[in-house]
Design a protein around this ligand. Structure first.
Ligand code: AMP
Ligand code: ZN
Length: 480
C-alpha cells in the first residue's frame, strides 16, 4: 500500500515519495491572528492534522511547521487593502502585539478542543524578520527584484515558471493580472503580478511594527514570511506545503517564485495539498466580512468541538462543503452513536486493548480497508464508513473490534479511547450493581420517610467519590 496525494502542482494524484527516506518536512500556512479563526479556517487545520497523522501512522517522522502571521498581511492578498493586524488593533484600542497574542491563544485553544495535534514548530513572523531580510537579499543578489516607489518588488518576468502552480496563462497574465488588481492598482508595479517583498513607503502611516533593512525602514510583504520560515526549519527543498485553495493563485504562486529565485533549486516543494472551502448559505465564509461562525459559536449552541471535527471528516478535503446546523446535528448524533458503540464494546471486552494488539481476521480486514481509503488521497468519508462497518459487525470479537477502532482513531482523532474509558470509569459490573442497590435502598428509605438512612447512604457514597443526582427522571450518579 502506498500513500497517494493529489498534487496541485501538476493537478494529479501521485504516490508520495519524500525527499529523504523516512523523514517528512511539512509546512501548512497558519492563521493571521487579527481575529478568531472561523470554522472554515479550522477546516484547513483539520486537513493538515489528518495528513500529519496519516504520515505518522505510515512510519514517517514528520516535522510540521506552522507560521503565525502577526505582520504584513493585507486584506487583499495582492498587496492591496488594509493591514489586517493594524486595523484590528485600532478597532479594539490595543497594540498589534496584544491583538496577536490574544488571538494566537484563542487559535490554539480552538485547535486543542478539536484534537488537532500541535505542530512540531510554531513560528511567528515578527520573530523571523531577520531571516526574511536574508532571504530577500538572496533574491535581490540573483537579480529578481526592483525598487519602485520606496518598496522592493519581485519581478515575475525574471521567473519564467511563474504561475505554474495556478496554471496561469502566460500571455493573459500580462494583460489582466490577478482579479484584485482591478479595484486597486499599485502604480509602482511593472507587472500586475509582481508583488512586494519589502514595504518602506507604506500606505499605512501608522504602521505599528517596522524594522531596519537594506531597503529602508519598513516591514516585510506577507508572502516572504512563509518562504523564510519554511526554509529555515525544513531546508531549501521539502516535501509538502498545504493551505486552502484560495492561496493557489497568489500566495503560494508567489512563495514558489521567491523561494526558487533565492535557492535556485526546483522544485522547492514536491507536493502541494489544498483543501476546498467550507461555505455558508450566504457563500464564502470570510473573516474580513465580519460575520462568521467560530468554534465557540458552535459550542455555545450546545455542540462539542469533536462534533464539528466529525462533520468535517464526513467530506473529502477536496470537496466543497456547505455548513448547516442540520448537518452538524447529523454529525453530533453519529458521534453519539459511535461513543455508545465503543462503550458497549468496552463493557463486553472487559479490559481495554493495548496499542500492540496483533489483529487478524475480519477486524484486520476492516483496518486494511480503512488504511486503503486514507492512502487514496485521505478519503476520510470512506474511512469513516469502514469504522462503522467494523463496529456494526457482530461477528467480530469485542476486544478485536475495539483494538482496530483505536488504531483507526490515531488518524481520525475522535478520542475514541476516552469514550471507552468513560465507561471504564464507571467501575466494574460488580461495583456498579452495588451502587445501584444502594440507590434503590435509599429510594425505599425516602419513600418510608426514613431520611436519616437516605442521607447516610448518600454520604457513604460521597465519601467513596460517588455523587448522587436526583432528577424528575430518577437518580443518576457520577464520580467526583
Ligand atoms: P487566514 O487566517 O485567512 O490566513 O486563513 C487560514 C487558512 O484557512 C488558510 O489556509 C486559508 O486558505 C483557509 N481558509 C480560509 N477560508 C476558508 C474556508 N471558508 N474554508 C476552508 N478553508 C479556508
Ligand atoms: Zn503561507
Amino acid at each position: 500500500m502506498a500513500l497517494t496525494l493529489y498534487n496541485t502542482l501538476g493537478r494529479k494524484l501521485q504516490v508520495f515519495e519524500p525527499v529523504n527516506a523516512k523523514e517528512v518536512g511539512f509546512y501548512g500556512c497558519g492563521p493571521t491572528v487579527y481575529n478568531y479563526a472561523h470554522i472554515g479556517n479550522l477546516r484547513a487545520y483539520v486537513t493538515h492534522d489528518i495528513l500529519v497523522r496519516t504520515l505518522r501512522e505510515r512510519g514517517y517522522k514528520v516535522t510540521h511547521v506552522m507560521n503565525i502571521t502577526d505582520v504584513g498581511h493585507l486584506s487583499g492578498d495582492n498587496d492591496d487593502g488594509d493591514d489586517k493586524m493594524v486595523k484590528s488593533a485600532e478597532e479594539r484600542g490595543k497594540s498589534v502585539l496584544e491583538i496577536a497574542d490574544f488571538y494566537t491563544k484563542a487559535f490554539f485553544n480552538d485547535t486543542r478542543r478539536m484534537n488537532i495535534l500541535r505542530p512540531t514548530v510554531v513560528c511567528k513572523a515578527t520573530e523571523h524578520v531577520g531571516e526574511m531580510i536574508a532571504l530577500i537579499k538572496r533574491i535581490e543578489a540573483n537579480g529578481f527584484t526592483y525598487q519602485s516607489g520606496g518598496n522592493l518588488y519581485f519581478d515575475i518576468t525574471k521567473f519564467p515558471a511563474y504561475g505554474e502552480l495556478a496554471l496561469l496563462n502566460l500571455d493573459e497574465r500580462k494583460v489582466s493580472g490577478p482579479e484584485v488588481r482591478r479595484t486597486e492598482a499599485d502604480e509602482n508595479k511593472r507587472n500586475p503580478y509582481d508583488f512586494v517583498l519589502w514595504f518602506t513607503k507604506s500606505k499605512f502611516e501608522n504602521q505599528a511594527l517596522v524594522w531596519d533593512s537594506p531597503w529602508g525602514r519598513g516591514y516585510p510583504g506577507w508572502h516572504i514570511e512563509c518562504s523564510a520560515m519554511s526554509i529555515k526549519y525544513l531546508g531549501d527543498q521539502f516535501d509538502i506545503h498545504a493551505g486552502g485553495i484560495d492561496h493557489i493563485s497568489i500566495h503560494h504562486s508567489n512563495e514558489i517564485a521567491q523561494s526558487e529565485a533565492a535557492t535556485g533549486k526546483h522544485p522547492w516543494v514536491k507536493y502541494w495539498v489544498h483543501n476546498e472551502f467550507l461555505i455558508q448559505d450566504k457563500g464564502k465564509m470570510s473573516k474580513s466580512a465580519g460575520t462568521f461562525l467560530t468554534l465557540q459559536t458552535l459550542i455555545d449552541a450546545g455542540y462539542h468541538a469533536l462534533d464539528y471535527r466529525y462533520f468535517l471528516l464526513g467530506a473529502h478535503y477536496r470537496s466543497q462543503v456547505q455548513f448547516s446546523y442540520e448537518a452538524l446535528d447529523g454529525a453530533r448524533n453519529a458521534r453519539k452513536s459511535l461513543g455508545d458503540r465503543i462503550r458497549a464494546l468496552a463493557e463486553k471486552a472487559g479490559a481495554l486493548p493495548g496499542d500492540t494488539v496483533n489483529l487478524t481476521g475480519k477486524a484486520a480486514g476492516y483496518l486494511e480497508a480503512f488504511n486503503k481509503a486514507m492512502d487514496e488521497d485521505l478519503n476520510t468519508p470512506r474511512a469513516l464508513a469502514e469504522l462503522w462497518g467494523l463496529l456494526r459487525d457482530q461477528t467480530i470479537e469485542s476486544a478485536d473490534a475495539l483494538a482496530a477502532a483505536f488504531v483507526m482513531d490515531h488518524i481520525l482523532g475522535l478520542n475514541l479511547a476516552a469514550e471507552a474509558q468513560r465507561e471504564e470509569n464507571r467501575g466494574t459490573p460488580e461495583e456498579r450493581a452495588e451502587i445501584e442497590a444502594l440507590i434503590a435502598e435509599r429510594t425505599e428509605a425516602k419513600k418510608a420517610k426514613d431520611f436519616a438512612t437516605a442521607d447516610r447512604i448518600r454520604n457513604t457514597l460521597k465519601e467513596r467519590g460517588i455523587l448522587l443526582e436526583d432528577s424528575p427522571k430518577g437518580v443518576t450518579w457520577r464520580r467526583i
